[in-house]
Design a protein around this ligand. Structure first.
Ligand SMILES: [Zn+2]
Length: 281
């Protein structure tokens, strides 16, 4: 929370003799002191998730599609405080959906819904990456193109949470989906539209194809994160009584295999999407 300040600054404001909780609360009060509304939101986010809103000083994550993007540490203050409200709403939503899924799952769901830490940064102009997820931490760009409304924040952060879970499970995506992913890439080649049947989500690279498959961003970890987001979106829609059609698993055999592996390994074997043979009801 203090990585962008001179050493000792936070130590003076919040002595290490405080208990862990008091210390965390003191740091939040110190960093958000200039903005009462943001302070209230930062406190709520911490109370809800146990996660501190900190600053990203790594400067090493600002790479998108092979291009280095300069980033600087920043906190969601002033005009940016809205991001805290969107994050709180997102975590509320994940919890509500997963509480209902857990009650129906045949086995425990093995998916952590909170990161160990949040770090905020900003880019000079509206620029990718919008966010990153690594080493238990979610990095969040206050100028991220995907961070302009509550729904897009919810979807982006869920994608990043999957990266953390994937990592925690020793790089699940490469071992479980690597071969399948390479097969799709090989079959579609440079035909951008061909990837449409295999893309779990509609995110596309400008002037390119779907994000997990584009030459500049191609990565099985991205395919897996988009697949997990698709699982969330389909199940949220089913719980609301308005399923997405067609279910992802019904579009191709590759989709079915990938979906089943994800369902088994992360979501307790719970698949509420309709049977493909039956068609929409
Ligand atoms: Zn990603």
């Amino acid at each position: 929370m203090c990585a962008d300040l001179a050493p000792g600054t936070c130590g003076k404001a919040c002595p290490a003799t405080l208990s862990a909780r008091e210390h965390a609360e003191c740091l939040i009060a110190f960093r958000f002191a200039g903005d009462a509304e943001a302070l209230e939101l930062a406190r709520s986010l911490y109370a809800k998730t146990g996660v501190l809103p900190g600053v990203d000083t790594t400067r090493s994550q600002g790479t998108y599609a092979g291009t280095r993007v300069p980033t600087r540490p920043a906190l969601p203050l002033g005009d940016h405080r809205q991001h805290l409200a969107w994050l709180i709403a997102s975590f509320d939503r994940y919890d509500a959906v997963f509480t209902r899924l857990a009650a129906r799952a045949p086995r425990p769901i093995d998916f952590r819904l909170h990161p160990d830490a949040f770090v905020f940064f900003s880019t000079e102009t509206r620029a990718f990456p919008s966010a990153w997820g690594q080493g238990g931490v979610v990095g969040y760009n206050l100028e991220g193109p995907l961070h302009t409304n509550e729904r897009d924040v919810l979807e982006t952060v869920f994608h990043e949470l999957f990266h953390l879970n994937d990592e925690r499970r020793g790089g699940w995506s490469a071992s479980a989906l690597g071969e399948l992913f390479e097969g799709i890439v090989h079959r579609c080649g440079s035909d951008h539209e061909c990837f449409g049947d295999f893309a779990p989500h509609d995110t596309r690279v400008p002037d390119g194809t779907y994000y997990p498959f584009d030459e500049r961003t191609r990565d099985v970890r991205e395919y897996a994160a988009e697949l997990a987001l698709r699982y969330f979106r389909e199940h949220e829609a089913i719980l609301e009584g308005a399923p997405l059609e067609p279910p992802f698993k019904c579009v191709s055999e590759d989709n079915r295999v990938a979906w089943e592996r994800l369902v088994e390994d992360f979501f307790g074997g719970l698949d509420l999407a309709r049977d493909c043979a039956l068609g929409p009801t």
